[in-house]
Design a protein around this ligand. Structure first.
Ligand code: BG6
Length: 461
């Protein structure tokens, strides 16, 4: 018999739960993935709030009135800082002696430590199997990530910890692995002999969206680069795993992170660029803030495959458009060929479009229709696209099944903080931040940053 489980969502009235988790749970319910789910418990600290109000929140969130689905839910009022309030939860949980308990920390990052400690104490008295899911950012810097890992490990085993990064659940991100390791035509050229450079971008047209309390402390580097973008880099650059096991894949990701060339403190201005959108202070009612809403970093990977190939990572808010993508830019064809054609064809590219659509685009050069055999070729594209499956849905299924492949391991999280730590330190001590216009592609400094290497930022259609 399949194991039964109970899901407990800390931060059950919060933005993440309402905008993502409840709709995802509803989809899973409709697709019979919650058949073994005995209960879903949402926690919150709001006074005078009960089952009726909670159901209203669920209704607003999934936009459907489904009383059978709602009957799975229960609300428990807890102020998560107060250890004595966890007894309300314990009472409910002791009704489920056989079930596995899945705790989802959908709360602001600064609450993680105290929740884990209070929860860990409560769990000492319960016999159930358990899992804990922790949102990003995991920690605030290298030191706090190490401390959080230490605390969690006092109460949970690594096999019980799911450090979630929702970008890993995105369809196109998962296709990077598939495309690389099941197609010989790509594997042969996936290296420094053929690739000029790689761009990994997460451009957003939205701003901070009411999350100022979190965002202003964190900024674009911690919010997006340390986790989402470095994870994508690892999938693009990793070696094939020895076998298909959760740890074999994660071992390879860690190995590539360890090969990233360290950016020394004094080198930070050479390897990075940042900016703040014009009006951030006024929009958010701040008198002063040096928080970056745009971050760009150039990394090198020191191994045989990637030596000398720059990886440009960038992300920003209130930019011209939403585009999350990876663009692999190949080298120009050798001079002899261009001489033959009397022109220099553009570089070939493979583009992974991650948001807003799922696409893989192969861009190569062909002579224009009907022109002479030696005419200068022009870029031509072949495109594959698929529908979107909500990333959290894929990841939730993995959590229920107990598959940790797409979750971040302890060593992986610490390594990625180590990589960005000198940048955090340098930016903290250097309050000069370029301002960029809303609706642009970022600060002028970001254009110069890549131009000085003889390259330009690329975009997908
Ligand atoms: C989150 C960041 O992790 O990812 C947000 O905290 C960002 O600032 C979001 O907007 C982007 O995710 P998606 O899936 O909308 O591209």
């Amino acid at each position: 018999m399949e194991k039964r489980f109970v899901i407990i969502i800390f931060g059950g009235l919060g933005d993440l739960a309402r905008s993502k988790l409840y709709p995802v749970l509803y989809n899973l319910y409709k697709r019979y993935h919650l058949i073994n789910c005995s209960k879903i418990i949402g926690t919150g600290r709001r006074p005078n709030f009960g089952k009726e109000e909670f159901i209203q929140i669920l209704k607003d969130s999934i936009k459907v009135d489904d009383s059978k689905f709602f009957s799975l839910f229960e609300f428990v009022k807890i102020n998560l800082d107060k250890v004595e309030e966890y007894k309300n939860l314990k009472e409910i949980l002791s009704r489920f002696r056989e079930e596995e308990l899945i705790f989802y920390l959908a709360t602001p990052p600064f609450t993680f430590e105290s929740i884990v400690i209070n929860l860990g104490d409560l769990l000492k008295e319960l016999p159930n199997k358990r899992k804990v899911v922790i949102e990003k950012p995991f920690g605030y810097d290298l030191e706090s990530a190490r401390r959080l890992n230490r605390i969690i490990k006092e109460y949970f085993k690594e096999e019980e910890i799911y450090r979630i990064d929702h970008f890993l659940g995105k369809e196109t991100v998962q296709n990077i692995f598939g495309l690389r390791f099941s197609n010989i035509i790509f594997e042969g050229i996936w290296n420094r002999n053929f690739i000029d450079h790689i761009q990994i971008s997460a451009l957003e047209d939205i701003g901070v969206e009411g999350r100022l309390g979190y965002y202003d402390k964190v900024g674009a580097l911690r919010d997006m680069v340390q986790n989402h973008l470095i994870q994508i880099l690892a999938l693009i650059a990793m070696e094939p795993p020895c076998c298909i096991s959760e740890n074999a894949i994660r071992d390879e990701k860690v190995k590539v992170l360890k090969s990233i060339k360290e950016i020394k403190y004094e080198e930070v201005p050479l390897y990075t660029v940042r900016g703040q959108y014009e009006g951030y202070l006024a929009d958010e009612g701040l008198s002063k803030s040096y928080t970056e809403t745009y971050a760009g970093v150039k990394f090198y990977i020191e191994n045989l495959r990637w030596d000398g190939v720059p990886f440009y990572l960038r992300t920003g808010k209130k930019l011209k458009k939403k585009e999350t993508s990876v663009i692999i830019v190949f080298k120009k064809i050798p001079g002899l060929f261009s001489k033959l054609l009397d022109c220099t064809p553009q570089e070939d590219m493979i583009g992974f479009k991650i948001s807003p659509e799922n696409k893989i685009i192969l861009s190569f050069q062909l002579r224009p229709l009907g022109s002479s055999i030696l005419s200068c070729p022009i870029p031509t594209a072949m495109e594959w696209s698929s529908q979107n499956i909500e990333a959290y849905e894929t990841l939730f299924i993995d959590i229920i099944k107990g598959d940790q492949t797409l979750f971040i391991r302890e060593d992986e999280i610490e390594k990625s903080w180590e990589i960005v730590q000198p940048i955090i330190d340098f930016w903290k001590n250097d309050p000069k931040i370029p301002i960029y216009p809303v609706g642009s592609f970022g600060p002028k400094e970001a254009e110069d940053f890549i131009k000085k290497d003889g390259r330009v930022w690329r975009y997908l259609q």
